[in-house]
Design a binder for this molecule. Sequence first.
Ligand code: SAH
Ligand code: SF4
Ligand code: F3S
Length: 449
Amino acid sequence: MREKLVAVMSNKKKLFIKTYGCQMNVYDSERMAEALGTSGYDPVGTPEEADMILLNTCHIREKAAEKIYSELGRYRPLKDAKPDLKIGVAGCVAQAEGAEIMQRQPMVDLVVGPQTYHRLPEMMKQVDAGQKALDTDFPEEDKFDHLPKRDLPKRGPSAFLTVQEGCDKFCAFCVVPYTRGAEVSRSPGRILREAQDLVERGVREINLLGQNVNAYQNDDWGLTQLIWALNDIDGLERIRFTTSHPNDMTDDLIEAHGSCEKLMPYLHLPVQSGSDKVLKGMNRQHTAEQYIRLIERFRDARPDILISGDFIVGFPGEEDVDHQATMDLIREVNYGQAYSFKYSARPGTPAAERAFVAAEVADVRLQELQALITQQQRALQEAMVGQKVKVLIEKKGRLQGQMIGKSQHLHAVHVAEPAIGGALNIGDIYSVGIIKSETNSLGGEVIHT
Ligand code: SAH
Ligand code: SF4
Ligand code: F3S
């Protein structure tokens, strides 16, 4: 019996996936691991142990894309030591560069785009036969129809669930419409089944993902209908969604923030710039004023909502006055969180043809902007001290007797386990009194009620 078990185990091949980029890639990596599970692969935590290494890549900025080639270079000694080692590149660099990747780095065996990874088992047969495999189609069929059911046992309490993919907006700086294709929304029936399945496996919080998640539309279901249906699932405690676009915002979605119990008070709504001239150059199709009014409506519906955003500095044509307009918008909105980037010219996008802002100028603007955001973020965190928040426990902390979870506002909270009343359970929600604010987290103690 024992020998048989060992034999079975040694038949299993080992898969290491490294994920770059956005949350959708995190979701895709899980689904790719499941797809490759059917080809006999089990996930492992380091490339050294692996029979197959898969990089799930991001093309959004030049640095992100170039990182892939330096990472591949690092696998050279592994491949020399184990010539059977298979190396694959998935995700948005795969979609954008295709066969070029194999030309630049011949040890790559497989290149697969974000819309075709359900074909991985077939592609692996080709690779196992010693051939190269490349698939960057935008196929007619829906990959979700062909992926294995998500039947892994227990999992962590917070999960991503992709509901919408692709983008029709064509912001002048962005590669996503080219790497992810046109906007497509999955059927509500399938999404709800997947959500139910996740809940049965221990998930308490679902974060609905889409490149433009609030553009979700399938028959007469919009994102709001989906959220209300999820609200009815017993055992699911929290609903989040990301990333939204200002132009796809609907009245019912705004209202749901005031009335839907499980919908969390957090909104990630990128604006990119506070200057109408720059917004026009970016093809964002809205003004700074329209964005600010939208935020006001969310705050009317849910006064404590935490606003998060994305910003690009140094977009072609951005002058000092434009940058100041962005700073003014940030002061007006007051962000609890934001991601900010220096503009990176991406081949094939309209803005890449335009005259750049000098790198030194963009650097100074980025620092200024980040300093303001940090100040706002800190002030909002400080204001939580003395308040009671609900924390969904996700994992053990580094210190003995400490657990880490998320508040409704997505603040990471370090929670001290109570001296009496026993250990805290992962997946449970506790009332926590906040006693301190640190750089990127809050600290507190469980309040017994
Ligand atoms: N769909 C989302 C986010 C897409 S990418 C949206 O519309 O907002 C995530 C963020 O990366 C963007 O919001 C933008 O701030 C940044 N980004 C995209 N392309 C970029 C580029 N070429 N240079 C710098 N930052 C970029
Ligand atoms: Fe990119 Fe704009 Fe689409 Fe967002 S909305 S993914 S920034 S093109
Ligand atoms: Fe990057 Fe592709 Fe996401 S380019 S940000 S991984 S959609």
